[in-house]
Design a protein around this ligand. Structure first.
Ligand code: FMN
Length: 187
């Protein structure tokens, strides 16, 4: 039996915080502290990016009416913003020739914010902005036309229900033998 924190010399225990990281889509109305929001924003801006270009800019939202309007704009993907007490908006250049590279960097930020939230014992969830809603989001947040928002990270304190596992332990991902191969593609 290992302690709840695990045995850091055991690789499986050491990476457990990453395996435990989950999407949260329902939050209480308790606000997040400025220290927590600053820590999350620092994790975001310290993410790695292609050629270290740091193409992103971030908008930290705490104004409830703005978060709710953003949530109504992109349903159903943005449903987590119906209760989020804060959000981190990832703003990227809109140039088509950078789209794949920037989407990759966007995902790196999003995943790190999920992990940071988990380490801070708060919740975070990806809210994807479909392309047809990008203009409305830009207008709501005053973002110029040469930039776009693909991802908004909903943030807050999870409700008890949201903390509950959505699947039986070990079943939320495909089995290792179906997804991880040694040395070559399986015959
Ligand atoms: C590229 C991408 C886009 C996603 N978009 C949304 C979204 O718009 N709304 C949402 O609620 N979850 C979104 N998710 C979260 C996935 O639904 C989630 O990672 C998956 O269901 C696994 O959930 P779990 O990590 O809690 O096990 C997105 C995830 C990825 C990687």
């Amino acid at each position: 039996m290992t302690s709840p924190a695990g045995n850091p010399s055991d690789p499986s225990d050491a990476v457990r915080p990453l395996l435990r990281t989950r999407q949260i889509r329902e939050f209480t109305d308790e606000p997040l502290s400025d220290d927590v929001l600053t820590a999350i924003a620092d994790v975001a801006r310290w993410s790695g990016s292609s050629s270290n270009q740091q193409p992103w800019r971030f908008i930290v939202l705490t104004d409830a009416p703005t978060i709710r309007r953003l949530g109504e704009t992109g349903l159903p993907q943005t449903r987590s913003l119906a209760t989020a007490s804060a959000a981190l908006v990832i703003v990227l250049p809109a140039a088509e020739d950078r789209a794949v590279r920037d989407a990759y960097d966007d995902g790196r930020v999003a995943e790190r914010v999920l992990v940071a939230a988990s380490l801070l014992d708060i919740g975070a969830g990806i809210a994807w902005i479909r392309s047809e809603h990008r203009q409305a989001v830009n207008e709501l947040l005053g973002i110029p036309d040469d930039h776009l928002v693909r991802t908004v990270m909903a943030l807050g304190h999870p409700t008890d229900a949201a903390r509950q596992p959505k699947a039986a332990p070990g079943t939320a991902r495909l089995p290792r033998e179906e997804t991880v191969f040694r040395d070559r593609w399986p015959r």
